[in-house]
Design a protein around this ligand. Structure first.
Ligand code: TYD
Length: 147
């Protein structure tokens, strides 16, 4: 499967609100399109910092700003890019493997919750953009050869 920007999409999670406040649900393989193996969150990042700057060869993610705001820029290594704004506790963005991601514009109160489809493995990270572009080109060549 080609992991391009078209596979990146916003998710609206079910929210239950009453006079006590709100409750948002993210059930594995239901609201989230994979089995959640890992949860981490990012907070206390200054507004001028860019995080991420990597692609993951196998892991899928859903990112949710459970508090505050941030933005995420996605690149596909073929010249296309898209920016998504995360600014609601019930709105997430789904990221397939092999997209380049950069998180930026963090508000002071930003808590960015990240749900991941796999355990942490430093080996599956591509942290150099030129290497990422080369791997994308290689993937595209081998897919063309198969067809
Ligand atoms: P890093 O990938 O640089 O964060 P970001 O994607 O926001 O730029 O991760 C920061 C540090 O945390 C790095 O030393 C690796 C470590 N880390 C883990 O040990 N486990 C994890 O699940 C994650 C996401 C990071």
């Amino acid at each position: 499967m080609k992991h391009n920007i078209n596979n990146v999409r916003m998710l609206e999670l079910p929210e239950y609100g009453d006079d006590r406040g709100n409750l948002v649900v993210a059930e594995t393989e239901q609201d989230i399109p994979f089995s959640i193996q890992r949860v981490f969150y990012i907070y206390g990042t200054k507004g001028d910092i860019v995080r991420g700057k990597h692609a993951n060869r196998k892991t899928q993610f859903v990112l949710i700003n459970v508090a505050g705001k941030s933005k995420i820029r996605i690149k596909d290594g073929e010249g296309n890019e898209a920016v998504f704004s995360l600014n609601r506790p019930r709105t997430g963005v789904y990221l397939p493997p092999m997209v380049w991601k950069e998180m930026f514009d963090f508000s002071e109160d930003s808590v960015l919750l990240c749900l991941a489809s796999a355990h942490y493995d430093a080996e599956e990270y591509i942290r150099d953009y030129d290497t990422y572009v080369e791997e994308i080109a290689k993937m595209n060549r081998s897919m063309e050869e198969q067809h």
